[in-house]
Design a protein around this ligand. Structure first.
Ligand SMILES: [Zn+2]
Length: 259
C-alpha cells in the first residue's frame, strides 16, 4: 500500500501567505481511495464557480493542483479512483468530486443531511452545484468503534471515518491503517498542536474560530484529538498545514506534492 500526500486546493487567505489543502491518495492494489477531493480543475479556471468564497480563499490559477491531475502525475486515471472519503462538505475539500462521477463518495450521514437542510448556515457553508451531478453517495451512520472512539464507520478494514465534530456538525477525521500504525487525517478539526493544545498561527487560528459551526462539540473533539495524538501508533495530518515532518511509520510511502 502506498500513501501519497497532495495539496489539492492551494489557498491564499488575506495576509496569510499560501495555505495548502491536503488530501491523501491511498493506492492498495486495485483499490484507489482519496481522503478529500480539493477543487476540480474547473474551479481553478473559473473561481466564480465557488461564489463569494473566492474573495476569501483567493485560489491561484493552478489547475494542475486538482486531484485528477495529481492522480495523473502518479500514473493513475480518473476511473482508477474507486472511493473518495470526505472529512466534510466545504467546497475546498469536496468540490473535486465532480471530476469522479463513478467513485463512491463516503461521508458522515449527518454532514450530508446538514448540507441539504436548506438552513441559512447550510446555504452559506455549502456549494450545492458540486453535488448536483448525482454523486454515488455512501452516507455513514457511525455505529462502530476505533481505538476507543465511538460513532465511527469502518469503510474498509483499513479506513475508518472518525467523528470529530465542531467545525461542522458532521465533520470527521479519516484514519488509514499503515502497517502497525494509523495515519489520521484530521480535516478541519483543529489546526493547532493536538498534543499540547497550542493554537495555530495566523490566519488559521482565526479561521478555526470564525468557521466553527458547533462550538459546543469542539471541546470533546479537542480531547479526542489529544488522546489520539498521544498514542505512538497514531500520526496526524490536518488539512491546511503541512506536517512539520512526515510520520516515520509512513514516510517511506508518502510523497509531498510538488509546490
Ligand atoms: Zn471546512
Amino acid at each position: 500500500m502506498t500513501v501519497h500526500l497532495f495539496d489539492v486546493a492551494p489557498l491564499r487567505p488575506l495576509g496569510g501567505g499560501e495555505v495548502p489543502t491536503l488530501a491523501l491518495v491511498v493506492v492498495d492494489g486495485d483499490r484507489v481511495l482519496a481522503v478529500d477531493a480539493g477543487f476540480p480543475a474547473s474551479v481553478f479556471e473559473d473561481p466564480t464557480l465557488i461564489g463569494f468564497e473566492r474573495f476569501f480563499l483567493r485560489l491561484p490559477h493552478r489547475p494542475e493542483a486538482s486531484l485528477l491531475h495529481r492522480l495523473e502525475s502518479i500514473g493513475l486515471r480518473r476511473e482508477d479512483l474507486t472511493d473518495i472519503v470526505l472529512t466534510h462538505l466545504h467546497s475546498e475539500h469536496a468540490a473535486g468530486i465532480v471530476d469522479f462521477p463513478d467513485a463512491a463518495v463516503h461521508v458522515a450521514a449527518t454532514e450530508l443531511e446538514t448540507s441539504r437542510s436548506g438552513s441559512l448556515r447550510a446555504r452559506i457553508s455549502y456549494r450545492s452545484r458540486f453535488f448536483a451531478h448525482g454523486p454515488r453517495w455512501r452516507p455513514h451512520a457511525g455505529t462502530g468503534e476505533w481505538l476507543g472512539v465511538g460513532g465511527c464507520s469502518w469503510i474498509t478494514d483499513d479506513v475508518v471515518l472518525v467523528p470529530l465534530p465542531g467545525h461542522t456538525v458532521g465533520h470527521c477525521g479519516v484514519a488509514v491503517r499503515h502497517g502497525d500504525a494509523w495515519l489520521l487525517h484530521t480535516g478541519d478539526a483543529g489546526y493547532g498542536d493536538p498534543r499540547t493544545g497550542a493554537p495555530a498561527a495566523f490566519p488559521l487560528a482565526q479561521y478555526e474560530r470564525i468557521s466553527m459551526a458547533a462550538p459546543d462539540l469542539q471541546a470533546t473533539t479537542r480531547e479526542t484529538l489529544r488522546l489520539l495524538a498521544a498514542r505512538d501508533d497514531v500520526h496526524t495530518v490536518s488539512s491546511h498545514r503541512y506536517p512539520p515532518r512526515l510520520p516515520l511509520a509512513v514516510a517511506e510511502a508518502t510523497e509531498r506534492s510538488p509546490r
